[in-house]
Design a protein around this ligand. Structure first.
Ligand code: IMP
Ligand code: MG
Length: 181
């Protein structure tokens, strides 16, 4: 039972949606009204956040998706691998990378450096969560971030543990026994 697996709800649905709406407004203000934004979702964790955020951005938006991996289970392997690349060229485009969480920063640093070689007009990064205590890539920050969280492994709203819990409408911490097997 799901209720028995959750230790604590860190950010509930109402707080999430209010903050995402505000982020959408900030992003809308930042760009010129006829800029076409290419929202690049980092799969799989970014898809829930992007779906909601995009509906609060009042600009022309197109979507593309990239799948990279740096984690197995709850611990970082330090390896960043491209599993699925973008479908479209981003040359001269305004790219907004959408990621669930910036933890060590390795994933985003890698993605940004790859996309920079493709000559976009601009690259910005929007993350839902930031764990600043864990940042090893000190020079990498999000341009927009939803919430700073402590160094805890969280799930929900796109974030998974072994592919589960992505469909929760809130961000939570699981009970330690969930990780035991
Ligand atoms: P980074 O490369 O260390 O910044 O890790 C970023 C990736 O690790 C994110 O895209 C997430 O998929 C995953 N990740 C980091 N922290 C968490 C967490 O607390 N819960 C679930 N996934 C996480
Ligand atoms: Mg991920």
């Amino acid at each position: 039972m799901l209720e028995n697996e959750i230790e604590e709800i860190l950010i509930d649905q109402e707080k999430l949606q209010a903050r995402i709406k505000a982020l959408g407004a900030e992003i809308t203000d930042y760009y010129d009204e006829d800029d076409e934004i290419v929202m690049v979702c980092i799969l799989r964790g970014g898809f829930v956040f992007m779906a909601d955020l995009a509906r609060y951005v009042e600009l022309p938006v197109v979507f593309d998706f990239m799948d990279v991996t740096s984690y197995e289970g709850a611990t970082s392997t330090g390896n960043v691998r491209i599993i699925k690349d973008l479908e479209e060229s981003i040359e001269n485009k305004d790219v907004l990378i959408i990621e669930d969480i910036i933890d060590t920063g390795k994933t985003l640093k890698h993605v940004v450096s790859i996309l920079e070689t493709r000559k976009p007009n601009s690259i910005k990064v929007c993350t839902l969560l930031d764990k600043p205590e864990r940042r090893t890539e000190k020079e990498l920050e999000s341009d927009w971030n939803g919430f700073e969280i402590p160094d805890e492994f969280v799930v929900g709203y796109g974030l998974d543990y072994n592919e589960r819990y992505r469909n929760l409408s809130y961000i939570c911490i699981l009970k330690p026994e969930v990780y035991q097997d």
